[in-house]
Design a protein around this ligand. Structure first.
Ligand SMILES: O=P(O)(O)OC[C@H]1O[C@H](OP(=O)(O)OP(=O)(O)O)[C@H](O)[C@@H]1O
Ligand SMILES: O=c1cc[nH]c(=O)[nH]1
Ligand SMILES: [Mg+2]
Length: 212
């Protein structure tokens, strides 16, 4: 698995404001979108394209266009939804599938409560959106879902990752023959005793949408 940490002063600046306790929800949502658009630029470096013959007002030429089938973007509800618009800004023709997953805060096990994905993902490049890769249980389950449907290329875009979660995904992928890349704005220090990323930014879903 490749882990790509975006090393850019604008990303670092926006992430610092995002982490701050005093940043309110509207600002948090806007910064999340902006960060995703920057991360998506890097994450789509290997998006599949095919040659396209076109005519400019001056001459015929050959360029490229996105291959079919279109890439599939998969936000993991709830917090991943806050990343969708930023991703669609860069990849407006992508299709969107949804996974609803929640981590049990006692056991830290992920559970799936909703799924709306194409039945057959053969030949599809998938972009999974979730701001937090903590223990890695949620992302591991999402990857398993996509691979079982036939996805052959998976990129996860996160805002923050914990080293423990990255290691877990790496070890789960030893049994999976699909290339997976994680593109993230930062890999933080560690997890705390409640499975929260340190220093992290708190509960991403709550900060985006409020405590429910
Ligand atoms: O790596 P893990 O240890 O599995 O934790 C990460 C997951 O926890 C958060 O979701 P949460 O369960 O809080 O759901 P929410 O998005 O509805 O808030 C986050 O958005 C990830 O999906
Ligand atoms: O730090 C964390 C860990 C899991 N989920 C979050 O929203 N934040
Ligand atoms: Mg949450």
């Amino acid at each position: 698995m490749q882990v790509h940490v975006l090393d850019h002063p604008l990303v670092a600046h926006k992430l610092t404001v995002l982490r701050q306790t005093t940043t309110d929800s509207p600002t948090f949502r806007r910064l999340t979108e902006e960060l995703v658009t920057l991360l998506a630029y890097e994450a789509t470096r290997e998006v599949r394209v095919e040659p396209a013959a076109i005519e400019t007002p001056v001459a015929p030429t050959t360029g490229v266009r996105l291959s079919t089938p279109a890439p599939l973007v998969v936000p993991i509800l709830r917090a991943g939804l806050g990343m969708l618009e930023g991703m669609q800004r860069l990849l407006p023709t992508a299709e969107v599938g949804f996974l609803g997953m929640i981590r049990n805060e006692e056991t830290l096990q992920a559970e799936t409560y909703a799924e709306r994905l194409p039945e057959d993902l053969s030949g599809r490049q998938c972009y999974v959106l979730d701001p937090m890769l903590a223990t890695g249980g949620t992302l591991a389950m999402a990857i398993d879902f996509l691979v079982k449907r036939g996805a052959d290329h998976i990129t996860a875009i996160t805002l923050l990752a914990a080293p423990e979660g990255v290691r877990r995904i790496e070890s789960e992928l030893e049994h999976i023959d699909v290339p997976v890349t994680v593109v993230t704005a930062a890999v933080d220090e560690r997890l705390d005793e409640n499975g929260y990323i340190v220093p992290g930014l708190g509960d991403a879903g709550d900060r985006l949408y409020g405590v429910v």
